[in-house]
Design a binder for this molecule. Structure first.
Ligand code: FES
Ligand code: MG
Length: 573
């Protein structure tokens, strides 16, 4: 072999002066890769979650070519590989059922192959955490390139946002204020370019988290998918990964406690998705960073909503980018951000020093926020001993303290069947409860937690109610929805014991969620009436999921996937 072969990981394949080494090299020749490129230079895997069945990621095949240009330019060899992709809009029963599966695909694909560093191409909600979790369990030099948001939706002169505007129009249809024929034009108008949801849904929130954690280049979170600067970012990321490999900067060097703290604080200022809590807990578990729900509550306390992006605000990601994006928000957070935290190219301090804000109405100063609180509150009490989350930017102020009678739905099918039934008996004070929709219960923890307001109440003009569930909700949704209740009903959490008419008390300032029945009565119900539901699936991957998924307060990762299993090349035979 070429004497330039050093001790790179890929040399354990391509540097072998043996028939095995010849085989490793030979089959790459069939793609026209000459011997001169297998000379010990950094081999960069491009882990691509491209799929036409994941519409938000359908342009990632094209974006990969720009990453390759950068890798070649910096003297590396890029090799692109596909992983299972998760598209929110088409997959059933829910993409969350498959997040951990994709993380396994990513982890094993990276470790089993001759690569020295990896670029993660991701976009739609679950692909970002899944790829980050898998890569974190290998710990090679890694950089994230997000697909970027779609352009602003435009419909009959109005600006409309993915998810957020759809949910309010569907409520209008349910309340009889709009017809499906009137809504039909939205279909093309709301998804009019490549990219992911252009609200601050989970995809935009997670792309911003990757930037704030130092795993991506500046502006990764916000550049629209079709803006040529997204391609330039991909190109520059290709150059950057080669540099990371040369300097041997591993993912674990970036994923410090500070990285998680910075990210969670940013998420609060963005009014970002509650799903960020679950995904960051899972990523932290892979790298061994101590992080729990109490940390999340503490880090989010008193951080105002600064970014005027739906659903917390009124505008969209395209304008957010033009206003200055993530660096501008992080700069405005001032001392709340640890500037010494490392990034793929330097430090967070380098990234945000002098970061301009071009529109103070879009990215507000701390002294003039959109709302006083933008983050995630963690509630506890006898209904959620291990915690539940609530997006503060979405809460109706009048519901911050509330006492009302429970109205319980046993699973998503029961909810769908009865929610619009005129005999439901709901009042504006009712506390709507959906259970059996947690990680184990559904299984897969669907985004069903933004329980619809019953049609009869919608027609009366009721816009928000207290809702409680062990499910998640879309990052594009709002409302006083208490989510991720742990332990979930399907494992015997107290949520399983609530009966219609029980009084539920919410006190957000005290972070309290309470079922007003005695401990004795609760224990009696548990002993007399609770039975573990039988598994929904027998056999196959979903069976594995049911057996090993942890509760939401642990990030809903599989117990056996926690931790980093390293990047040592597996043995050859
Ligand atoms: Fe893919 Fe919203 S559906 S990001
Ligand atoms: Mg979503």
């Amino acid at each position: 072999m070429n004497e330039n072969q050093g001790d790179r990981r890929s040399s354990a394949w391509f540097g072998l002066d043996s028939p095995t080494g010849l085989i490793h090299r030979s089959w790459l020749r069939n793609q026209g890769i000459p011997a001169s490129m297998l000379d010990g230079r950094p081999v960069v895997g491009i882990c691509n979650s491209w799929s036409e069945l994941t519409p938000c990621n359908a342009h990632l095949r094209d974006l990969a070519d720009y990453v390759k240009r950068g890798v070649y330019e910096a003297g590396g060899l890029p090799l692109e590989f596909p992983v299972m992709s998760l598209g929110e809009t088409l997959m059933r029963p829910t993409t969350m059922l498959y997040r951990n599966l994709v993380s396994m695909d990513v982890e094993e694909s990276i470790r089993a192959n001759p690569i020295d560093g990896v670029v993660l191409l991701c976009g739609c909600d679950k692909t970002t955490p899944a790829l980050a979790m898998g890569a974190a369990s290998v710990d090679l030099p890694t950089i994230v390139v997000s697909g970027g948001p779609m352009l602003n939706g435009k419909f009959e002169g109005a600006t409309i946002g993915s998810g957020t505007s759809l949910w309010s129009m569907s409520d209008d249809v349910r309340a009889g204020r709009m017809t499906m024929a009137e809504m039909a034009g939205v279909e093309a108008a709301i998804s009019r370019s490549a990219g992911s949801c252009m609200t601050m849904g989970t995809a935009s929130s997670m792309a911003a988290m990757m930037e704030a954690m130092g795993l991506a280049l500046p502006q990764n979170g916000a550049i629209p998918a079709v803006d040529s600067r997204r391609r330039m970012l991909a190109h520059e990321s290709g150059r950057a990964i080669v540099d990371l490999v040369e300097r041997d900067v591993r993912l674990s060097a970036l994923l410090t406690r500070s990285a998680f703290e910075n990210a969670l604080r940013l998420n609060a200022a963005l009014g970002g998705s509650t799903n960020v809590a679950i995904h960051l807990l899972a990523i932290a578990g892979r790298v061994g960073v101590a992080l729990d729900l109490d940390d999340i509550d503490h880090l989010n306390r008193d951080i105002p909503l600064l970014a005027d992006v739906m659903p917390g605000g009124g505008r969209l990601m395209e304008d957010f980018y033009y206003a200055g994006g993530v660096p501008a928000v992080m700069r405005r957070l001032g001392e709340l951000i640890d500037r010494s935290a490392p990034t793929v190219t330097g430090t967070i301090g380098d990234m945000i020093a002098g970061a301009p804000c071009w529109d103070d109405t879009m990215i507000r100063p701390m002294t003039d926020p959109i709302k006083p609180a933008g983050g995630i509150a963690v509630l506890r009490g006898n209904l959620a001993p291990d915690g539940a989350v609530l997006k503060l930017s979405a809460v109706t102020p009048a519901l911050l303290t509330h006492r009302g009678p429970a109205l319980v739905f046993d699973g998503v099918a029961d909810l769908k069947r009865r929610i619009d039934d005129p005999s439901l008996g709901a009042t504006a004070d009712s506390v709507l409860i959906l259970r059996g929709a947690g990680p184990r219960g559904y299984p897969g923890m669907p985004e069903a937690g933004s329980i619809p307001i019953p049609a009869t109440l919608l027609a009366q003009g009721v816009k928000d109610m207290v809702r409680i569930s062990d499910a998640r909700m879309s990052g594009t949704s709002g409302g006083t929805a208490i989510l991720h209740v742990a332990p979930e009903a399907a494992v015997g959490g107290p949520l399983a014991l609530v009966r219609d008419g029980d009084m539920v008390e919410l006190d957000v300032a005290a972070r309290r969620l309470h079922l007003d029945i005695s401990p004795e009565e609760l224990a009696k119900r548990g002993a007399e009436s609770w039975q573990a539901p039988s598994p929904v699936y027998t056999g196959g991957y979903a069976d594995l999921y049911q057996m090993h998924v942890q509760q939401a307060d642990r990030g809903a990762d599989f117990d056996f996937l926690i931790g980093c299993r390293g990047s040592d090349p597996p043995p050859a035979y």
